[in-house]
Design a protein around this ligand. Sequence first.
Ligand SMILES: O=C(CO)[C@H](O)[C@H](O)COP(=O)(O)O
Length: 299
Amino acid sequence: DDDTLSLLVVVPSLEASEGFVTAPTRCSPASSMAQTNRLRRGRTHHTQLRMAVDDGYPHTDGFTIAPSILSANFAKLGEEVDNVLVSGADTVHFDVMDNHYVPNLTIGPLVCDALRKHGVTAPIDVHLMVTPVDQLVGDFIKAGASYITFHPEASHHPDRTLSVIKDAGLKAGLVFNPATPLDWLKYAIDKVDIVLLMSVNPGFGGQKFIGYTLDKLREAREIIDKSGRSIRLEIDGGVGPANIREVAQSGADMFVAGSAIFGTPDYKETIDKMRAELAAADVKPSWLERAKQGELVAV
Ligand SMILES: O=C(CO)[C@H](O)[C@H](O)COP(=O)(O)O
């Protein structure tokens, strides 16, 4: 209920081969507002409530699967989101397009708020493809977003925008279009929780993965690992069971997939295939391995 949150907390275990053990705990909203919001946002409505107290992300295997609702049936969005979450997705990827920064028009804070009111408790990963950025950031914080990522070149003050998101207790991220260099990370990396690489030109679902972004993933992975921080590396565009293994091997640990999931009749079967490919990739998420060795600074 809203007064007392009863959670199963997932904590990293140095001994467990999967990297996690579960332990029941009880959390009270008497803690700070930011912490309370974080707890609420971190709740999932899977078969059991899960939360990674180390970093605020839910995960089963250290990898995050984030279906993009851009490819969902908007006429029954709540049901679509419920289905994809019970099918094993970790977060809901929420694409916001303004017909200005990108040539398409989608959904805004009202829809995010409606999903929360519908009962969605999984993290909502808001990807802003808009300019200007700042007004919508405030609106999405109020609407119950969990993570907000934006394109730095679309913001007048990227550093300030990152701070506003983080100060509200959310995860903040920068998004890079396929041909946009990663230079923006050089100065702002201490405020970045998520680096999102576009592997298609933003604006539409169902496009083909641009191959050279695999090199860019490796470059971003190196920058992140050097930073010594638990930053997630998210990839978005043209990802599905056929290429997720190679994408993971190139360094990604958060995978957005729209048409590959919503375009299939059985979401669980598709997500299971993606997880099987991740297991076969024979790589562990860098953040998880380094957390086990006590190397990472929490974000
Ligand atoms: O941000 C996006 C487009 O701008 C979408 O999230 C992305 O394209 C995912 O769709 P698909 O998996 O079908 O490529």
